[in-house]
Ligand binder design. Sequence first.
Ligand SMILES: Cc1cc2nc3c(=O)[nH]c(=O)nc-3n(C[C@H](O)[C@H](O)[C@H](O)COP(=O)(O)O)c2cc1C
Ligand SMILES: Nc1ncnc2c1ncn2[C@@H]1O[C@H](COP(=O)(O)OP(=O)(O)O)[C@@H](O)[C@H]1O
Length: 351
Amino acid sequence: MLNLSQNGCSVWVAASATEVLRPTNVALGKFDGVHLGHQRVIQPILQPAANKDGDSRICQDDPNQPPTPELIYSTVVTFRPHPQEFFTGTPRTWLTPLDEKVQQLRSLRVEQLVLLPFDKELSALSPEEFVDKILVQQLQCQRISVGQDFCFGKQRQGTAKDLQLLAAQHNIPVTIVPLQTHTDNLSDSGFVSLPPISTSLIRQCLESGDIKNANLCLGRPYTLFGTVVQGQQLGRTIGFPTANLQIPSDKFLPRHGVYAVKVYILNDTAATTPQLILGVMNIGNRPTVNGTNSSVEVHLFDWSGDLYGKQLAVELIEFLRPEQKFASLEALKTQIQQDCTIAQKILSGEC
Ligand SMILES: Cc1cc2nc3c(=O)[nH]c(=O)nc-3n(C[C@H](O)[C@H](O)[C@H](O)COP(=O)(O)O)c2cc1C
Ligand SMILES: Nc1ncnc2c1ncn2[C@@H]1O[C@H](COP(=O)(O)OP(=O)(O)O)[C@@H](O)[C@H]1O
C-alpha cells in the first residue's frame, strides 16, 4: 500500500481490496486529469463541509497511520492498469500520473484512492457481479457517484442507469452526473462549439497547442513536474540558460514548440513557499543544434543561480510558436529574445 502524503495530509492509496478503509462513499471512473467534469463527479461523495476543518482523518499528525474510521471514507475507485493498457499491452501516458492524481484528489478532500487491479478476472465480471462483489462486499459502498457516460462490467455492458438499478437492490443511492460543457466562458473562448469536457478533449487541445482551452477544462493550468538535469551547456553561451527537465516517462507531453510559462521551484530550501517565476519553455528536438532526443527546457526571466537537481513545476499558459531549425545560433538567439518579449506581455496580462 502507498500512503502518498504531504504536509501531514494524506490520501490512502489502496492497491487491493483487502487494504481498503471501509465503509466507503465511492466515485467511480478513470479520472485522468481530474478535470472539471471529474470534480463534479467527486463532489457528491465528499464529507459535508462541516467536517472539513476539524476532521482529524483528513489532516492527521502521522501520515503513515490510516485515518480512524469514524465516518464513511470518501473514496475514488479506479483501475490499474488502465483497461486500455490491459487489453493492448501498451503502456500509455497520463495527464495526471499517479502521484499527481493523488495531489489533485487531496486538494479536493478525497480521503482514499483505490486502484482495483484490472486483470482477466475483474474484466470478466458481469455488471451484477461487479456491484455485488466489488462495490457491496469489498468496498461496503454507501453511496456512489459516476459520470453519465460511465460503463462497467464485462465488455462495458453496464451503463450508469444499470448501476443505479443494481445498486438500488442494495439500497445504495447512485448519483449520475451529467457531462459538463464549458458555459461560463462562452463569450470570450468560443467554447460554444466544443464537445463536453473529457480527458481526450484535453489531450487534443494540448496536442494542438490550444493551452487556453485545455486549462479551462482542467480548471487549472496543465503542469509539468520534473527534475533539472544537465544539458549541452550551450544555453549560457547564447545568453539564455535553460533548465533541462527530466519528466516522468508516463506524463503526457503537449505539442512541440515554445510556451509562456509560470514556474515554481519546489524544493528550494531558501524559500518557505514555492516562489512564482515567469519564463519561456521549449519542448522539442532542438534541430538548430542537431539535437537528437526530445527535451523540455525552461528559461526563467530575471533569475540567476543553480537549478541542477531541483524540482520544478511548470504551468503552461500559452503556446507561442512551433519549434524551428535556424541557420545559426545567432538567429536562434534573436528569436528567443522575441519569444521572451511576447511571453512577458502575455504573462503580465498585457495581451
Ligand atoms: C524560448 C526558447 C525557444 C527555443 N526555440 C528553439 C527553436 O525554435 N529551435 C531550436 O532548434 N531550438 C530551440 N530552443 C532550444 C535551444 O536550442 C536550446 O535551449 C539551446 O541549444 C541550449 O541547450 P542546452 O540547455 O542543452 O544547453 C529554444 C529554447 C528556448 C528557451
Ligand atoms: N535564468 C535561468 N533560467 C534557467 N536556468 C538558469 C538560469 N540562470 C541560471 N540557470 C542555471 O543554468 C543551467 C542552464 O544553463 P545551460 O548553459 O543551458 O546548461 P544546460 O545545458 O546544462 O541546461 C540551469 O540548469 C540552471 O542551473
